[in-house]
Design a protein around this ligand. Structure first.
Ligand code: GDP
Ligand code: MG
Length: 372
């Protein structure tokens, strides 16, 4: 540290000041106890003791990624959390039908009076265990979020129609899941249909390293009919089984942080964002930085449209109170106070503008993906 004198340094190194002075003398530096030492001298001396001296880096208010560091998590406070699932697969293989079926059955089994809103994510329940589904099937959403650093998916459910087999987007989905490092559960869909050939699907998927357990692999296959709800409970069971293996946990005692699932501008309410909490508990009133914007959580509602005061990890909630509309995949973090949140948000927005200016031309995510 700049301005540290010999005595301070001696204390820090658990040595005698006289020993330090002697050492410094041998290194060609003449000092006394109260003389302050410069950075280089401290570094050389520390190296002599086999210690790396580092200037404490100044905190960058705009750097919210540092809060996503696992080091900030309190191991003792960890609690099991619901798995976060994304459904992927080729067009018309039944992703929307599966999500709709889950949502419908969830409403009848859920709290009274709630009409499920489309907020981009929702939770299904099986035997009192929750599963969070991201409600925007489609590879673009998945890739877009990952491109912004949000890695929210724990498990990928790959829907493959038993009457159509592996198709280009099936393979694309497998590659996305591989890149994200999530396990894949295969839902062989439309088994009610004439001409359904689940065996064929299994064989085709084996060529892509998805080997069913009965053939010595470790991929779970469930044969379902999303349209009629056949074996969908079994699919949920398998998701929970896989989640157990992953030992998903989070620390609800932290200031909340997570990622934006989707966001839009509402005429009356201003920016409305669905966020997924990944650590900590989010409260109404929390000062928050989200992507390149900031605000204070004014209202918080769950997928049933009910107002809630607090939300724990793996819960998707819709919030209002931000100054601008964030982007899907933007990270958010709750700050100590509104002033800090504002400072961080404004600095991030400024840097984002500079980045665009420096890039010369604006590269949109769409053009980026089209070239990939
Ligand atoms: P997505 O493009 O993957 O979202 O596919 P959709 O969910 O829109 O389904 C495409 C078509 O397949 C629709 O006409 C569905 O009704 C139909 N479909 C989906 N699942 C099943 C199923 O299990 N059985 C049958 N017979 N049809 C299904
Ligand atoms: Mg669809």
């Amino acid at each position: 540290k700049v301005g540290m004198n010999v005595q301070d340094l001696a204390k820090l190194l658990h040595r005698d000041a006289t020993e330090i002075i002697k050492k410094l003398f041998l290194l060609g530096v003449v000092t006394n106890q109260n003389q302050s030492l410069d950075e280089d001298t401290i570094e050389v001396l520390a190296a002599d003791y086999g210690i790396e001296a580092k200037q404490k880096e100044e905190e960058d208010v705009a750097d919210i990624d540092r809060f996503f560091d696992d080091e900030t998590i309190n191991e003792e406070a960890l609690e099991p959390r619901a798995p976060v699932v994304t459904i992927m697969g080729h067009v018309d293989h039944g992703k929307t039908t599966l999500l709709d079926y889950l949502r419908k059955t969830n409403v009848t089994a859920g709290e009274a009076g709630g009409i499920t809103q489309h907020i981009g994510a929702y939770q299904a329940r099986l035997n009192d265990k929750l599963i969070t589904f991201l409600d925007t099937p489609g590879h673009a959403a998945f890739t877009e979020m990952r491109a912004r650093g949000a890695n929210v998916t724990d498990i990928t459910v790959l829907v493959v129609a038993a009457d159509d087999g592996v198709q280009p987007q099936t393979i694309e989905a497998i590659n996305h899941a591989k890149a994200a490092g999530t396990p894949v559960i295969v839902a062989v869909n439309k088994i009610d249909k004439e001409g359904a050939n689940p065996e064929q699907v299994m064989n085709e998927l084996m060529a892509h390293d998805l080997v069913p357990e009965e053939y010595g692999g470790d991929t779970i296959f469930v044969q379902i009919s999303a349209k009629f709800g056949k074996n969908v409970d079994q699919l949920l069971e398998m998701i929970l089984l896989e989640a157990d293996v992953l030992e998903l946990k989070a620390d609800p005692t932290q200031p909340a942080r997570g990622s934006v699932i989707e966001a839009r501008l509402d005429k009356g309410r201003g920016p409305v964002s669905t966020v997924l909490i990944q650590q900590g508990t989010l409260h109404v009133g929390d000062p928050i930085v989200v992507g390149n914007t900031y605000g204070r959580v004014r209202t918080m509602t769950n997928e049933k449209g009910h107002d809630i005061d607090a939300a724990k990890p793996a819960t998707p909630v819709q919030i209002t109170g931000l100054n601008e509309v964030p982007l899907a995949g933007d990270r958010f973090i709750v700050m100590a106070d509104e002033k800090t949140a504002r400072a961080a948000g404004e600095e991030r927005a400024k840097r984002a503008r500079e980045e665009v200016r420096n890039a010369g031309s604006v590269v949109t995510l769409d053009t980026l993906f089209n070239t990939m």
